[in-house]
Design a protein around this ligand. Structure first.
Ligand code: PMP
Length: 398
């Protein structure tokens, strides 16, 4: 309900609670098996290590509780971390943020005017769609292709027809929700287009460090550091509530980003910066990450085994090389929104219907679901898939 005594900004009249928000309200039920959210495995969050780090930080650094400039030594750890992905950068290009969400948000504020032009692919991370709402942009939508990512030809045609986007947003590794990685040719072609038509690419990369196969490709940033504005985060590789991430941008953008950051929240929580810095200095980050990847790959495989058991000739999916999700496609007649309603009420299992990620009103993907495989343990994954299969039969889709 709008307040009666004063008016809200115009964009709020276009901002209705999404179907996603409504559906997720039921998730607090402890009996519910949820494949819905992008949650890390709770038992792999390094709580004990952080307890040690917190104690040390507070013993030796009372300034960690004080207003402070961003911690340069944490930036150095990020520079080294990026090197493991083939990115050469420096502390002067690293800007600390309160998570990837804020990183993307600040970049959008840096680039986009109200009612500016944006090209998005049909299936786009909903948190990014939320960032755009107050800007009321003119959005040109290109298709998302299920196995290869955004439709490069459609992008190229739009650009050739004269559309000039203020940026192009993409998740090159572990796309959310489609859970695919762009191939090298597409990465290179996108960068060629960005250079030719002079638009920046926002590379949102929460999942690039969570690769499960042997030969990860370089992020877009490794291919171009002028047109690619990179967004990274510790959310999925350490803990989401640290709310600490970073962007990597050309140095001349730092001052403007600084103004935006001050307006947003002054600084990324200093205590958390010190904590993560301490983690890098005194704990074994490399084996922590390896541990995560090993367990997540195992859970990804368990999900696949459960899907083979229940849906082998009924649904299609690919094992993702990165990230937290598997994208599952049922036959066209399966309406996954109806299925979800039934599954929540009678089977107590949750997932996200595919069309809820659409930028447009299209129902493309309404026969698909996004399943998270990192939060639940193997037995629960098997139970949950069994419950989805039962829901499908009970509702008569099979
Ligand atoms: N971008 C994408 C594609 C995501 O999936 C998420 C997390 N769901 C975020 C950004 C936000 O991450 P953070 O917790 O670092 O803000």
């Amino acid at each position: 309900m709008p307040p009666s005594n004063f008016q809200l900004a115009g964009w709020t009249t276009r901002n209705h609670p999404s179907v996603m928000e409504r559906m997720l309200r039921g998730l607090s039920d402890p009996q519910m098996i949820s494949f819905a959210l992008g949650l890390p495995a709770p038992e792999l969050l390094p709580a004990k290590e952080f307890a040690v780090c917190l104690d040390r930080v507070l013993q030796k650094n009372a300034v960690s509780l004080q207003y402070q400039p961003p911690l340069r030594s944490l930036k150095s750890h990020i520079v080294r971390l990026m090197k493991t992905r083939g990115v050469e950068t420096s502390e002067d290009n690293v800007f600390l943020t309160s998570g990837a969400q804020q990183g993307a948000n600040l970049l959008v504020h840096l680039l986009l005017n109200v009612r500016g032009d944006v090209i998005l692919e049909e299936k786009t991370y909903t948190g990014f769609q939320q960032i755009l709402k107050p800007f009321d942009p003119r959005i040109f939508v290109i298709p998302s292709l299920p196995n290869t990512g955004f439709d490069l030809e459609a992008l190229s045609d739009l650009l050739a027809s004269g559309v000039r986007p203020t940026f192009f947003y993409t998740v090159a590794d572990g796309h959310n929700p489609l859970s695919l990685n762009l191939d090298l040719v597409k990465r290179q072609s996108l960068i060629r287009l960005a250079r030719a038509y002079k638009f920046p690419i926002i590379e949102d990369d929460p999942y690039g460090f969570l690769n499960y196969d042997e030969m990860p490709l370089p992020p877009l940033l490794a291919l171009d550091s002028e047109f690619v504005l990179y967004v990274g985060t510790f959310s999925k590789i350490l803990a989401p509530t640290l709310r600490t991430g970073w962007v990597i941008v050309p140095e001349e953008l730092m001052r403007q980003l600084g103004s935006l950051k001050e307006a947003a929240d002054i600084n990324t929580a200093t205590l958390n910066q010190f904590l993560i810095n301490e983690f890098f200095e005194t704990q074994d980050f490399t084996s922590h990450l390896l541990n995560l990847k090993t367990e997540y790959a195992r859970r990804r495989n368990s999900l696949s085994e459960a899907l083979i058991e229940k849906f082998q000739s009924f649904a299609r999916w690919q094992n993702p090389a990165n990230g937290l999700f598997t994208w599952l496609e049922f036959p066209e007649w399966v309406d996954t929104e109806k299925l979800l309603e039934h599954a929540l009420a009678y089977q107590k299992v949750a997932f996200i219907p595919g069309h809820l990620f659409n930028v447009s009103e299209s129902r493309a993907g309404s026969n698909c679901v996004r399943l998270n495989f990192t939060h639940a343990r193997t037995e629960t994954i098997f139970d949950g898939v069994g419950k989805i299969a039962s829901a499908i039969e009970e509702i008569g889709f099979r």
